[in-house]
Design a protein around this ligand. Structure first.
Ligand code: PEP
Ligand code: MN
Length: 273
């Protein structure tokens, strides 16, 4: 199914009015929604919309290294959906198990994220594929932390697509071990390889790749130069008030707006009319 020669090769995935491949697709928002501060998320949502994002991301449940760190909160799902109602932007959240999957789908989440830690969790991939088979839900599949061979990433995507919903976005987000100084080993250079072998759009996440807000714009532009169809960028109205990754790696909406302007110019160079 993921093969370039498949019948789906001309399928266009729609997100927030944009067809992937026809325009640079931008997903932006918090790493983590703070259930105690819903207004921060509503303000970010409005600001990323004004900056030009097509979809809003916000972590409801989080895969944290430390079990005593904030793990997320079901209440944040209501905040995410309220931000959707206020802005009209489709929303994206990570699900880590079948219970969260059910809650997210019942709430009407438009895009499900499979996190880097679950890239090889075949039972979760299957459950998601099965659950979205009859819907137009989009799945953003992050590249696994330790994914080596290209085939491992493509096969993980195949697990989902095989059930019949072709709306999958492949998301390189850096691999482990990290390149000295970065959070991970930036892997936007895998983009042309993915695009040669599959028809799926590639949406690069520079935020988790480099892990520091000041490095994000360069990594995002590198991704577009490599041929990415979209970007997923952690953005926060006031990063220092954020939780999860936001204090370190979220850019502000003005940085996002400038980045989108530059990225669109580069995109246009690569896609002459
Ligand atoms: C995230 O998007 O906030 C996240 C946890 O990403 P990843 O799974 O890529 O680490
Ligand atoms: Mn994050």
């Amino acid at each position: 199914l993921m093969d370039r020669r498949s019948d789906l090769a001309s399928h266009r995935i729609k997100v927030g009015g944009v067809r992937a491949g026809e325009e640079l697709l931008v997903i932006a928002g918090h790493c983590t929604i703070d259930p105690k501060n819903p207004n921060l998320f509503y303000e970010t949502a409005q600001a990323v919309k004004e900056a030009g994002a097509h979809s809003l991301r916000g972590g409801v449940w989080k895969p944290r290294t430390n079990p005593y760190s904030f793990q997320g909160d079901n209440k944040s799902l209501d905040i995410l959906m309220e931000a959707h109602r206020r802005t009209g932007l489709p929303v994206d959240a990570e699900v880590m198990d079948e219970h969260q999957l059910r809650l997210a789908l019942d709430a009407g989440v438009h895009m499900l994220q499979v996190g880097a830690r679950n890239g090889l969790n075949y039972s979760l991939l299957r459950a998601i594929g099965h659950a979205v088979a009859e819907h137009d839900t989009v799945v953003l599949l992050k590249r696994g932390l330790h994914m080596g061979p290209l085939n491992e990433f493509i096969s993980a995507a195949e697990y989902i697509v095989a059930f019949g919903n072709p709306n999958i976005l492949l998301c390189p987000r850096g691999t482990s071990p990290a390149l000295d100084g970065y959070r991970n080993h930036p892997d936007e250079s895998i983009t042309p390889l993915l695009k040669e072998k599959t028809w799926a759009p590639v949406v690069v996440d520079p935020s988790h790749s480099v892990g520091k807000a000041s490095y994000v714009p360069a990594c995002a532009l590198a991704a577009v130069a490599y041929g990415a169809d979209g970007l997923c960028i952690e953005t926060h109205i006031a990063p220092s008030k954020g939780i999860g990754d936001d204090p370190k790696q979220a850019v502000t909406p003005d940085v996002l707006a400038a980045l989108i302007r530059d990225a669109k110019q580069l995109w246009a160079l690569r896609h002459p009319q």
